[in-house]
Design a protein around this ligand. Structure first.
Ligand code: 5GP
Length: 203
C-alpha cells in the first residue's frame, strides 16, 4: 500500500503505527504535540471529543470537538469512541473512525490522551506504542500548571492529584520522554513515531 502522504510500509507489514502520548496535565503534551505537527504535518493528529467547556482561544473542531454529555454518551454507547475516560470532572474520547481511516490510508497516527485512555488503547490495539511525557521535576509541573492560569485552585489541586497517579504508571509505557525543551522532545518523539512505523499485518 502506498499512501498519498508518502509513507511507505515495510515489506510484510500493512498499517502504520499508532502512537499514544500521555502524561500529567501541565507537562506540556499539547506544546510537544504541536511542535511535532510543525515538524511533520502529514502525520494524523486525532481531535478528541470532550464535554469540557472551551478555554479562551480553543477552536471547536481544531483543539477538540466540544459536545454535551448526551452526545458523548451516544457516541460511547454506539462504539464510536476508540477509548474514553472521565478526567477531573469532564469526559474525553477519541473518535474511532477517523483514526482507523488514517491508519488505513498509511498515515501514522498520534493520540494525546490521559492514562485511562492509554490503557484502553493498549488493550484494544497491541501494536500501539505508548509514550509518557514527564516533567524534569515535580516542582516544574506545579509551576507550569499554576502559571497556565486556566484553572482555579480547586481544579489545580484535582489535576495535581491525578498527575501523581499518572506519573506512578510510568512502567506501563514503552517509552518515557522528559520534557525539558519542547523542540528537543518533539524531535525525539518524531523518531519514535516514524521508527518501525508499520505494524505487522493482522490477517
Ligand atoms: P485538558 O482538559 O487539559 O485539555 O485535558 C485533560 C486531559 O485529558 C489531558 O491529559 C488530555 O491529554 C486528556 N485527553 C484529551 N483528549 C482525550 C481523549 O480523547 N481521551 C482521553 N482518555 N484523554 C484525553
Amino acid at each position: 500500500m502506498s499512501s498519498s502522504a508518502g509513507f511507505e510500509p515495510r515489506p510484510g507489514t500493512t498499517r502504520p503505527r499508532l502512537t499514544v502520548v500521555s502524561g500529567p496535565s501541565g507537562v506540556g503534551k499539547s506544546s510537544v504535540v504541536s511542535a511535532l505537527r510543525a515538524l511533520h504535518p502529514d502525520l494524523y493528529f486525532s481531535v478528541s471529543v470532550t464535554t469540557r467547556p472551551p478555554r479562551p482561544g480553543e477552536v471547536d473542531g481544531q483543539h477538540y470537538r466540544f459536545i454535551d454529555k448526551a452526545e458523548f454518551d451516544r457516541l460511547a454507547g454506539a462504539g464510536e469512541l476508540l477509548e474514553h475516560a472521565e478526567y477531573a470532572g469532564n469526559h474525553y474520547g477519541t473518535p474511532r473512525a477517523a483514526v482507523e481511516a488514517a491508519l488505513d490510508a498509511g498515515r501514522p497516527a498520534v493520540l494525546e490522551i490521559e492514562l485511562q485512555g492509554a490503557r484502553q488503547v493498549r488493550a484494544a490495539m497491541p501494536g500501539a506504542q505508548l509514550v509518557m511525557l514527564v516533567p524534569p521535576s515535580w516542582e516544574t509541573l506545579v509551576t507550569r500548571l499554576v502559571g497556565r492560569g486556566t484553572e482555579d485552585e480547586a481544579l489545580i489541586a484535582k489535576r495535581l492529584a491525578v498527575a501523581k497517579e499518572e506519573l506512578a504508571a510510568e512502567s506501563e509505557f514503552d517509552k518515557v520522554l522528559v520534557n525539558s525543551d519542547v523542540q528537543v522532545a518533539a524531535s525525539e518523539l518524531l523518531t519514535w513515531v516514524l521508527a518501525d512505523s508499520f505494524e505487522q499485518g493482522r490477517s
